[in-house]
Design a protein around this ligand. Sequence first.
Ligand SMILES: Nc1ncnc2c1ncn2[C@@H]1O[C@H](COP(=O)(O)OP(=O)(O)O)[C@@H](O)[C@H]1O
Ligand SMILES: [Mg+2]
Length: 461
Amino acid sequence: MSLTLCNVQFSQQSDRVVYLSNPVLKSLNLAGKKTVHIKLGNETITAAVKPLKRPGHHVYLSAGVRQSIRVPKAGNVYLLQDGNNDLQLGPLIGVLCDSSFRTESNPFGGCTGFIRQLLRTGEKKAYFFAFAPRDVNWQQETINGYFLNANGSWFRRVVPLPDVVYNRLPSRRAETSSEISAFRERFTKRKIPFFNWTFFNKSDIYRMLDNDVEALKHVPDSVSKPTAEKIKEMIEKHGFLYFKPAAGSFGVGIYRLTYHPKRGYFARFRRSGSNVLLRFSNFNSMMRMLQSRHGISLSNYVSQQGIRLIEIDGCPLDFRFHMHKNGKNEWVPAGIGAKKAGRGSVTTHIKNGGSLMTPEQALGRVFGDKADEVLERAKRVSVKLSEAIERNYPHRLGELGLDIGIDQDGEVWMFEANAKPGRSIFKHPALKEQGRASLSYILDHCLYLSRFQGGKADGTT
Ligand SMILES: Nc1ncnc2c1ncn2[C@@H]1O[C@H](COP(=O)(O)OP(=O)(O)O)[C@@H](O)[C@H]1O
Ligand SMILES: [Mg+2]
């Protein structure tokens, strides 16, 4: 197998001809070949090979080739030769997203900016495009994708099904529909790597890790759909607990429930944009309050042992570890943000008054000289937790956002894992570089999954 980065241009002829410059012929071991199966995504045709007397890595595709395999644009991409007369152009990478309405400059709503940055990262290395479920034509096996041109505007091209799909569908609800499930299955049936599969549900993650000795010691004691008796038992055992909706996010619907043997029960939560703390003389009246606020949806809650987090100025701190799989299929903490809770807030979300810091700043204030050691340990745990989630999960994973707490003894705890992590930590000026690294990891992992990777300095494997 050999791989080389080439500059691809087009020629006018209608015959199916591929012109390859001598350095390309040499690095792909194609000297003397008369024909090849040229491939883009899931589309293949046979074309004649002709040498081109030019220095540098150049490829010219005749119009006949370009149209048949639907090459979207000229420019730099890889050529992969797998030893079987197959010459693959690409990779062709699809980012799956959606938005309830599309405009020309904003085809993916709030995700457009992120997709734009990602597609830029892939420029000169891959055919990177974005698409929504409705853009796929399953009869033809094509996608009417959105590509970015050099001046940053969008254009559409119909391309074959891609080599790999990065899923960023934004709606948790839409994603649980049978339509979207069937849609995803159609990619895997065609052996097209697809990551990540769906949003996670907290109960599923806790249940999965319950059988994993290595991960379990970093997950607080958690019970899904707890009975009132169970909640009472846990609250008395641990002193306080977090009561959270299994499919929640942004801290919505979360309660911090506390028990003081002398003073009774307390519930801290967010109500109409402010933080409240209510006291109850007995457990049942606290449960009645929860029931009156949530009714039947309480049955989709989890209760979790509360962890006494490290604090700055009396406000708890936790961390977002943004994890990626790299070009070698290994997990790496690509970006880490520290989040300090707003005063009186149950969670550290910025929306609820929290503030963002670098982990070095935050841990330095808490652990002094020991800060580096604590951070290195938390990084190792974050890799172990990602591996554990992956080995217990039936689908492919390439990115995770772990909400990590560190307690006053320096122990590391995971509160939740997000399969479509937000990117707000990368807005911090000191984390911008990590934000760029995160985009590169997505590209590298797509190169890995599509087998377009491992190039040496001269571009060959
Ligand atoms: N068991 C816990 N102990 C201490 N703090 C917690 C616990 N669970 C959650 N938190 C706090 O609440 C925040 C939100 O919880 P999380 O499980 O991440 O829910 P969400 O999906 O709403 O983000 C966490 O980032 C952390 O600050
Ligand atoms: Mg969270």
